[in-house]
Design a protein around this ligand. Structure first.
Ligand code: FES
Length: 85
């Protein structure tokens, strides 16, 4: 497997009544990925796509992909494409 990094945005803006990844279940996605995969997940704070969350960024060597409305299946599929080539 290539050097692979998975970052998930956990920004929470509930008190500001603004969209955020946390409001779109990014913490639940992080916990599911940690429980069901061997991926190491890093926490990030806002990629500037707040109304499209949860946002996940997958980086492998010189390849990078930013996922919007991410779910476990999409993250695993992208990791498979970028990190296991
Ligand atoms: S709150 Fe996640 S991208 Fe801004």
């Amino acid at each position: 497997m290539r050097d692979c990094e998975v970052q998930i945005c956990l920004m929470n803006r509930e008190t500001q009544n603004r969209p955020s990844c946390y409001r779109n279940q990014s913490m639940q996605l992080k916990r599911a990925l940690e429980k069901n995969t061997s991926l190491k997940i890093k926490t990030a704070m806002c990629f500037g796509l707040c109304d499209k969350g949860p946002i996940v960024k997958v980086t492998a060597n010189d390849n990078e992909r930013t996922l919007t409305k991410a779910d476990q299946k999409l993250v695993e599929q992208t990791v498979g494409e970028l990190c296991q080539a």
